[in-house]
Write a protein that binds this ligand. Structure first.
Ligand SMILES: Cc1ncc(COP(=O)(O)O)c(C=O)c1O
Length: 368
């Protein structure tokens, strides 16, 4: 049995997703699992068309709208199928015959999104960081075509730990409608949603459990999708009516509702969430930068992620020992993605400052 199997106490969870959730949220889910107060059944047993569930859904959308100041001409809705479903349906919805979607590829997820458009010969890559090992973002002023169906990018590359600034629109000239995969930095900082024709995020990082993706899109953009797009894949179908094109992921939406309440109660606004996340990231990066002979940061300084800190040690043996010893200290899931190796510390909203400080101490004290 390894130390995690034997653990009966919670550890500091640095997983990239599904990832740490706020403890008060977990406590409330556990408390109300048998019987949702005032409802008499578990959330797992509650019909999606019942008034109590409709209230949860509407309240969740309203909280997201308020936190992100979503304008009235945008829809907010949930779909299943994860981030990858959105990769697949983007060209179907928005590229007219002969049209293309453009892609800025700063890491593995952006490349997956691009490859889905390539399948139907509707993708054009306007920039890639692949040759440089996905460590950088493009310089301001990258070339885009205003007549493309959209320009897609990934605001935070979870695997490589490469993040764009929040105001990317100012870096682009004559850009087509912007579509952003915000899966791993959603709600981690303020954004101006009006920059985007569409933004989406799979839930399992900053919003809730795995199983749902939140989409925020301008209605006019969604209406570009032809009626010939298969029903589930046509995003407009999810945005219209009562937001229940099919049975929604009720448990995910319920947990997201509690996470949003926690976020509002703890931070009030996204600027405060960002300050908290910056504090955690600074604590970890500073410890790494103090020992350049031992730790090599993956991302270039100007695009180091505030959410996923990626770094390597000189040898695979040392990396293994770093992981074993950190895990023994209750610092869990620090291994990098299986495709790149090394270390990755994910510092999502719900990760406490104490976790970042404990990791920083461990980084400072690790003996090669
Ligand atoms: C930035 C980003 N986009 C997309 C995905 C894919 O999401 P899913 O596994 O829900 O399809 C991930 C998964 O971790 C991600 O980090």
């Amino acid at each position: 049995m390894n130390s995690l199997e034997a653990a009966t106490q919670r550890v500091f969870n640095f997983s990239a997703g599904p990832s740490v959730l706020p403890e008060p949220v977990l406590a409330q889910v556990a408390r109300d699992m048998m019987c949702l107060p005032g409802v008499g059944v578990s959330i797992l047993e509650l019909g999606h068309r019942t008034p109590p569930f409709k209230e949860i859904l509407e309240d969740t959308v309203a909280r997201l709208r308020a936190l992100l100041a979503v304008p009235a001409d945008y829809d907010v809705f949930f779909v299943q199928g994860g981030g990858r479903l959105i990769f697949s349906v983007l060209p179907m919805n928005f590229c007219l015959p002969g049209g293309v979607g453009e892609y800025l590829v700063t890491g593995t997820w952006g490349d997956c999104a691009y490859q889905e458009a390539v399948r139907s010969e509707q993708g054009r890559r306007v920039w890639t960081g692949a040759e440089a090992g996905f460590r950088t973002i493009p310089e301001p002023g990258v070339w885009t075509s205003p007549d493309a169906a959209y320009l897609h990018y990934t605001s935070n590359e979870t695997i490589e730990g490469v993040q764009f600034p929040a105001d990317i629109a100012s870096c682009l000239r004559d850009a087509p409608p912007l579509v952003c995969d915000m899966s791993s930095d959603f709600l981690s900082r303020p954004i101006d949603i009006r920059q985007y024709a569409m933004a989406y995020a799979c839930m399992q990082k900053n919003l809730g459990p795995a199983g749902a993706t939140v989409v925020i899109a301008r209605r006019e953009f969604l209406e570009r999708a032809s009626e010939r797009v298969p029903g589930y894949c046509r995003l407009l179908n999810h945005a219209t009516g009562d937001l229940m094109y099919n049975t929604p992921p009720t448990f995910c939406i319920y947990v997201a509702n509690l996470v949003l309440r926690w976020l509002e109660g703890t931070f009030g606004e996204l600027a405060a969430v960002e300050r908290f996340n910056r504090q955690k990231a600074a604590c970890v990066y500073e410890a790494l930068l103090q020992r350049p002979e031992l730790y090599r940061l993956h991302a270039a300084p100007e695009c180091r992620s505030q959410m996923n800190v990626t770094f390597r040690l000189p040898t695979p043996e040392l990396e293994k020992r770093f992981l074993d010893e950190s895990q023994a200290r209750g610092l869990a899931f620090l291994a990098g993605h299986r495709s790149v190796g090394g270390m990755r510390a994910s510092l999502y909203n719900a990760l406490p400052l104490a976790a970042a400080e404990a990791l920083s101490d461990f980084i400072a004290g690790f003996q090669p």
